[in-house]
Design a protein around this ligand. Structure first.
Ligand code: G
Ligand code: G
Ligand code: NA
Ligand code: MN
Length: 253
């Protein structure tokens, strides 16, 4: 649907932007973080979904360029929000294609330093486990990032893209419960059981728990009662461009 050349051009022209979706603490509703999500707007206004262009970029060797761009934008916005009194952690998605060697970890650290951000203000969400869970290089690079102070989150927990073996090998700080378990959990005991078991494991490993795809007040109530720490989903806000984040947060509660 999109060519590698299109993707390369879009990156260099600035047609790819980070949008941000807020994350709220269950216990008081306070917004404590955002997830950066890549958005590509074509000249005619149509959007190319990340599920289409991210794999093209990854296959074509552009994974690192995309992630660096997302980190730079996350840092830049983080500083602007801080100036407006919003102190937020920023989560950025990475995949096995990003974990190519120690020099990449050093560069991510450099990007933060250039923007005056501390690594403990940034969480890297690990998707597509396969590539890195079986390479020593990927595991080594994640360990290096963690030592530098970056948070590490296991994304889509409970789906095929994340696994218990990943959890045991990588020094994660956070677990994101996949929205497939959140949706329907109020009426399906089996989904609720999956969430309870994930929470139990996360507690024992000392991980923060983020519930993804929270869409209704009923889901919020259930997840709060079960003991999740942080919620992300349309109930709070959809992903928005950086300049709209402040307003999106104002509309929430
Ligand atoms: O934003 P949306 O829900 O459409 O995202 C669809 C998928 O694309 C999600 O799995 C999300 O993690 C992924 N995605 C969005 N932005 C990025 C990015 O910057 N890097 C990577 N690797 N994946 C991303
Ligand atoms: O795989 P990852 O968790 O990064 O995917 C995030 C994706 O989920 C983004 O594309 C985002 O737009 C989408 N998303 C965020 N909140 C909700 C929600 O409440 N419901 C649904 N269906 N999708 C959501
Ligand atoms: Na993610
Ligand atoms: Mn997810």
């Amino acid at each position: 649907q999109v060519s590698l050349e299109d993707a390369r051009l879009a990156l260099s022209r600035g047609d790819i932007q980070a949008w941000f979706q807020p994350q709220a603490e269950f216990h008081n509703g306070k917004i404590v973080g955002v997830e950066a999500l890549a958005r590509w707007r074509l000249a005619d206004g149509r959007m190319v979904p990340p599920t289409v262009f991210v794999p093209v970029m990854e296959a074509g060797g552009l994974a690192d360029e995309l992630t660096s761009l997302m980190l730079v934008q996350a840092c830049a916005w983080s500083k602007r929000w801080a100036a407006r009194g919003l102190s937020l952690k920023v989560s950025v998605n990475v995949s096995g294609h990003n974990l190519t060697g120690p020099e990449v970890a050093d560069r991510y650290e450099d990007i933060l330093r250039e923007h005056g951000l501390k690594p403990d203000q940034v969480v890297l969400e690990i998707t597509e486990s396969s590539v890195m869970s079986d390479t020593a290089r990927g595991l080594g690079m994640l360990a290096r990032l963690r030592l530098k102070g970056f948070g590490l989150s296991v994304d889509d927990f409970g789906t095929g893209y994340s696994s218990l073996s990943q959890l045991s090998q990588i020094p994660f700080t956070e677990l994101k419960i996949d929205r497939g378990f959140v949706s329907g959990a109020t009426v399906q005991p089996r989904k609720r059981a999956m969430i309870e078991t994930s929470l139990d494991l996360a507690r024992k490993l000392g991980l923060d728990v983020v519930a993804e795809g929270v869409e209704t007040e009923e889901e919020w109530q259930l997840l709060a009662q079960l003991g999740c720490d942080v919620a992300q989903g349309y109930l709070i806000a959809a992903p928005v461009p950086g300049e709209q984040l402040h307003d999106a947060i104002q509309r929430w509660r």
